[in-house]
Design a protein around this ligand. Sequence first.
Ligand code: PHE
Length: 342
Amino acid sequence: MTLQEFLAELELFASEANRCFQAAGDLTALEAARIEFLGARSGRLKQLQKSLGQLPSVDRPQAGQRFHQVRREVESAFQAAQERLADRQKTVRSAEVFDPTIPGVRPVVGHLHPITQTIDQLKEIMGRLGFSLADGPEVEDEWHNFEALNIPPDHPARDPLDNFYLAAASRLAGGAGPSMLLRSQTSTVQIRVMERQKPPVRIIAVGRVYRPDTPDQTHSPMFHQIEGLLVDRRVTMADLKSVLRMLGMSYFHGEVHIRFRPSFFPFTEPSVEIDMNWQGRWIEMGGAGMVDPNVLRAVGYDPEEVSGFAFGLGIERLCMRQHGIDDIREFYRNDVRFLRQF
Ligand code: PHE
């Protein structure tokens, strides 16, 4: 082979290799081209290298120089092709992964506890009837839990066995001074509000109350009450019954009837038990009555000027009746298989 022939072969090799590398449509085709042109054992470059060795020694420096130039060019053409294809494959793959038209995977979010849902609904309904939300502590003194509610010291409701008295909290509040207890009813908030505020009063209070009852299907030592209090001029039991009926109908989404049965609470006179009838069944929901004049006097109101009604309903009872739940203990077990249903 002459020098001229060798150089011509070299140019042909370069142009064909470049063309093939550029034309390769994917990495597999490119690899085939690489083996053909640059393959270490029998690639065309390797053949040219052998031919180079057979050239007359005078021609070798010139041929060798060109040979090395061409090798560098072709190798970098191969690298450029490789990068181009790798880039394209990357964009193809990421386009597959991010398809904005596929619906996303919803994260698992929980929801409010059924008791909280009921509380929210009751607040909303009573808010529409003009009742604002009042609050009081769960650790109470005897004045708000008993005394101001017309429950004298010798009343059986104050029996230590019927209440959670708190020795430590009582000591903090002044040693031999007032005893503290976990409130046994939300009626405490009636007093707290009336002590602060002049009539008219139109509030609800929602929260936990505590009584040392042995847990069973219908009892729990902790449960929730909603308390309502309305004090104004010429308030009557007809107002009480209307408000309770509207509350019941809004909560149960249907016809609800209210029945009053005579009862006794030290802080209301007269006092009644409230039964609600929804879908043909009567259920006792709580107690109510006209605020006792002694209570009005205890907070500095004039019973000749104003009158009022108060009621207290069991929130668990409302929620159980609404959903057909038959065991109050389910609310506090926190088994998601139960909770998930509401
Ligand atoms: N506090 C009473 C109870 O827990 C219910 C009640 C509230 C009764 C308001 C009359 C007026 O049983």
